[in-house]
Design a protein around this ligand. Structure first.
Ligand SMILES: [Zn+2]
Length: 255
């Protein structure tokens, strides 16, 4: 129970510092904002019956170093149409991966079904590192993802079956913004127009890596067993519906 309380406190703290100006414009800065950027912290403390503010538990910073914070996850389960889901806190300033919906400048949250979340936290950063090495880019220190969202209760386009978005098991990635240790940002677009050179090498290696991380239960006769859908001319294939994003998923065959 104590640990759970600490986790709650951590995410409470994250939510207070979330969505600051750190991602404004093209000058994405992944630096950890100071608490001075969140002056509302004191104002929203709940008030006790005697009229004095109730102090939140002090933040346990040792917890942060013990837990993988590639994606900051709020593990309060949310009921969706076909499954339960965690929430990816896309604005977290302590996570190594942040992101936002269809925007170069705004961070935001997205639903991650627990198995998809696990796969993302285990392998996403690792696959970005591998793709960066292959493309002869610096290993990123942090990543900001521009995306088209995760949860959407709809059928897969052109089919009668539910999309993996209906289960919050997919994220449509528009750009990978890679921040290296010198502060430089390299943007990897997933748009077919940019599928050449370094971007092409990164794109193909990232998808190949992600495919290799799919469980052995995902065999070629299973839907989305490759773990992603991209452009038709890429080695792992795709279709023209994915000319402006990579559909990154964790298929039902994975469990
Ligand atoms: Zn998609």
């Amino acid at each position: 129970m104590i640990k759970q309380k600490k986790i709650t406190s951590l995410f409470f703290a994250i939510s207070l510092t979330a969505c600051s100006s750190q991602f404004q414009g093209a000058q994405w800065d992944s630096g950890i904002p100071s608490t001075q950027e969140s002056p509302i912290e004191e104002e929203i403390l709940p008030i006790g019956q005697d009229g004095t503010p109730i102090q939140a538990d002090p933040i346990d910073h040792s917890f942060e170093s013990l837990v993988e914070t590639f994606f900051a996850i709020n593990r309060t389960l949310v009921r969706l149409a076909h499954d339960f889901s965690y929430t990816w806190q896309g604005c977290s300033s302590i996570a190594l991966v942040s992101g936002g919906y269809d925007s170069d400048s705004k961070c935001g949250n997205a639903f991650f079904q627990p198995l998809f979340e696990k796969q993302m936290n285990y392998y996403f950063f690792q696959c970005v590192e591998r793709a960066s090495l292959q493309a002869k880019l610096s290993i990123p220190k942090k990543i900001f993802i521009n995306h088209y969202g995760s949860y959407n209760d709809r059928a897969a386009r052109g089919t009668n079956r539910l999309s993996l978005h209906a289960y919050a098991r997919a994220l449509d990635i528009v750009n990978f913004n890679l921040l290296d240790e010198t502060g430089r940002i390299t943007r990897i677009s997933t748009n077919v127009r940019n599928y050449r050179g370094t971007t092409k090498i990164f794109y193909d290696e990232f998808r190949q890596c992600w495919k290799e991380k799919m469980p052995a239960s995902c065999t070629p006769n299973q839907t989305e067993y490759k773990g992603s859908i991209g452009i038709p001319q890429s080695p792992l294939g795709g279709n023209n519906l994915h000319n402006d994003h990579i559909h990154l998923s964790y298929a039902l065959c994975g469990g």
